[in-house]
Design a protein around this ligand. Sequence first.
Ligand code: SF4
Length: 436
Amino acid sequence: MKTKGTRASKVSLITLGCSKNLVDSENIITQLRANDYAVTHDQVADADIVIVNTCGFIDLAKEESVNTILECAELKKEGTIDKLYVTGCLSQRYKDDLEKEIPEVDAYFGTVELPSLLHTLQADYKHELIGERSITTPAHYAYMKISEGCNRTCSFCAIPLMRGKHVSKPIEQLVKEARHFARQGVKELILIAQELTYYGLDIYKKRALPELLEQLSAVDGIGWIRLHYAYPSKFPLDVIHTMSKHENICNYLDMPLQHASDRVLAAMRRQITQAETRELIKNIRNIIPGIAIRTTFLVGYPGETADDFEELCQFVRDMRFERVGVFQYSHEEDTNAYNFKDDVPAEVKEERAARIMEIQQEISLEKNQMLVGKEMKILVDRKEGDYFIGRTEFDSPEVDNEVLVSANDHFMRIGDFEQVRITDVHEYDLFAEPIR
Ligand code: SF4
């Protein structure tokens, strides 16, 4: 019989969804470990208590979260685990329904209820640990959430329903966090937020991302700083000027554009037109030629016609983005778009998503071919089979290109920066050899 609810209990935390959820999990792990819990991440074996940190972003993500909760509920029924708790976005959004549908769960918590979760586990919330996290990514990179929530009103988006209004973390706190990471051996900081460019407007009454970047780039030991999720409307170009001044701020920007047809952009309430978007991309590329712009599009929005979609395809061909991802529209209750009919059939959404990725695949291959023979700096992420696998400053973990170096012919240390020469390329992979 396992020990129920005591400090000797082993906790397993399962994280679903995006990097922002991962950061929340890392905070939970730090707090629990400081309360003498043995905590593992994404490994249920041997656990007495399981916490599922859920995602509620779109249908597929919700389904995955519900299935994971159900699997853990089974483990509880069998007596393999003693307690099951659920936190995160899905739980924030559908707490009442979940309590009725899956009563095997001992308690559900929202996205800002860490103190209650800890209290239920008889653990204290340790304020002095704010800014410290047990990272679950490889030791050389860490995600850093610079704000929570979003004040925008994009019609399709359920995030503000789950994460609330925009709240920026103060610069001093983030710098302290970055120093702590650097001392732990982190070399790359990946800044994330629902909407990066809004940073500071709430607490400093001005956009303060450039100032934050200046201070983070001065932290010893941080070799790369990377920016994820900028909103294009009224994008502050100061951010790109700051990027251009500091070698350790990657020439990389992830800016979801969602669409290119003015009709769809207006319906999505994105506060920008295609002409303005084209102008913005041109300006960014003028300031930093060679910057990698990553974007994502949303296809199958209510009322998206074949013409709207063709316009989007042409935009992708013209703009030749370095990195592209595509989501299919998911009809989310309580969003503004839910008032419209979800009238693009599922198979059309799928075809449209595939078509964008086909166009991009060709562009990606052409852009990669231009790199053959070039010298580049990589950060070595891992060894897999016969290869060391790393990334350039133009690539973020898990979503972008990777650089493969033969492990049979060369040795590299995981977490080191290395100079390499690109010898061959595929659509999304580069092959290289070290220059020593
Ligand atoms: S900016 Fe992003 S997170 Fe905010 S409402 Fe729009 S899509 Fe959602």
